[in-house]
Design a protein around this ligand. Structure first.
Ligand code: NDP
Ligand code: ZN
Length: 352
């Protein structure tokens, strides 16, 4: 089979591989719609998780089940499924501790395009199909459904980790697709004022539609100054980091109130350390909480997010600005994600 792969740091290309094998609890799936992620860009072009050779990229897909192992109960060939980016080993100690994302090691629930071939192949392997796949309802489009795998679960996790309360004031740093879902998630959790930081006009427009009350352009000056000005020097209750470099942590610490929470879902692909400014962190005594997390995956998470679409709580289809038809366009879509043209939020490739 053919797949679009990371050949090494800074190198991508098409490769041929054998169809993956699968075990008794697993499934073999073929993609129906796929989307590249900014994380693929960090992985390939920043070498953020180290070198990978001939590893098929991609971790966002909806697909059709092709074959299943003998112990799989709820899925059969022909079923259309949502495939989460995070497919944990559910029989692991970390799951009992409540952190399936880190099953069998830090970030190890993230398997596609990290520890094994991803979804940009003609076929891909899904471990523990009954626990990791979700049925795709007929009434949800492929474009919307592929936003569930990673964008929706990650952005919403930003809002969850930030512990947004009714009326919380929130800054979302970065309004690419992840940050936009963090805006939507904050709105759903009852945030009051939501300040969204970004510059691409298309993202700004969608941020407003998802509930942003104020837009801050980081190119217009220090975002801390801008937030302080908007809040009469008070700062905010919650900050969600979904874009920018390591310096955004220092900005988040400066703009959050004592007792506030900062949540990070940004993948910091480079830099040795993340800076915490001593004085604004109350010399260590400000009760400012910093959390960061990999998005939740697995079947139940996908099913719960599916309901948010079905019952019109959120429309992730607004994120999809570019739709291509044909597997060969994966390369073009990935490069768009690297170059981030002004009219882009997220590209999707439909495999007809
Ligand atoms: P995008 O690159 O599309 O969006 C980044 C956003 O950050 C844009 O709005 C951009 O503004 C803004 N930005 C850039 N520089 C700055 C700055 N200096 N200060 C403030 N804002 C800035 O990324 P995605 O939304 O696709 O992904 C966001 C991050 O989430 C990535 O690092 C990705 O790898 C990570 N991720 C993490 C996951 C997890 O499980 N935790 C899962 C999936 C993704 P502009 O409008 O100018 O472009
Ligand atoms: Zn991703």
């Amino acid at each position: 089979m053919k797949g679009f792969a990371m050949l090494g740091i800074n190198k991508v290309g098409w490769i041929e591989k054998d169809k993956p094998n699968y075990g008794p609890y697993d499934a073999l799936v073929r993609p129906l719609a796929i989307s590249p992620c900014t994380s693929d860009i960090h992985t390939v072009f920043e070498g953020a998780i180290g070198d990978r050779n001939d590893m098929i990229l991609g971790h966002e897909a909806v697909g059709e089940v092709v074959e299943v192992g003998s112990e799989v109960k709820d899925f059969k060939p022909g079923d259309r499924v949502v495939v989460p980016a995070i497919t944990p080993d559910w029989r692991s100690i970390e799951v009992q501790k409540g952190f399936h994302q880190h099953s069998n090691g830090m970030l190890a629930g993230w398997k596609f395009s990290n520890f094994k071939d991803g979804v940009f192949g003609e076929f891909f392997h899904v471990n523990d199909a009954d626990m990791n796949l979700a049925h795709l309802p007929e009434d949800i489009s492929l474009e919307s459904a592929v936003m569930l795998c990673d964008m929706m679960t990650t952005g919403f996790h930003g809002a969850e980790l930030a512990d947004i309360e009714m009326g919380s004031s929130v800054v979302v740093i970065g309004i690419g697709p992840v940050g936009l879902m963090a805006v939507a998630g904050s709105q759903l959790r009852g945030a009051g004022r939501i300040m969204a930081v970004g510059s691409r006009p298309v993202c700004v427009q969608v941020a407003k539609e998802y509930g942003a009350t104020d837009i801050i352009n980081y190119k217009d000056g220090d975002i801390v100054d801008q937030v302080m000005k908007l809040t009469n020097g008070q700062g905010v209750d919650r900050v969600i980091m979904a874009g920018g470099g390591v310096e955004t942590l220092a900005q988040a610490v400066k703009m959050v109130k004592p007792g506030g929470v900062i949540s990070n879902v940004n993948y910091h692909g480079s830099g040795e350390n993340l800076p915490i400014p001593r004085a604004e962190w109350g010399c260590g005594m400000a009760h400012k909480t910093i959390r960061g997390g990999l998005c939740p995956g697995g079947r139940v998470r996908m099913e719960m997010l599916i309901d948010l679409i079905r019952y019109n709580r959120v429309d992730p289809g607004k994120l999809v600005t570019h739709v291509f038809h044909g597997f060969d366009n994966v390369e073009k879509a990935l490069m768009l994600m690297k170059d981030k043209p002004k009219d882009l939020i997220k590209p999707v490739v439909i495999i007809d």
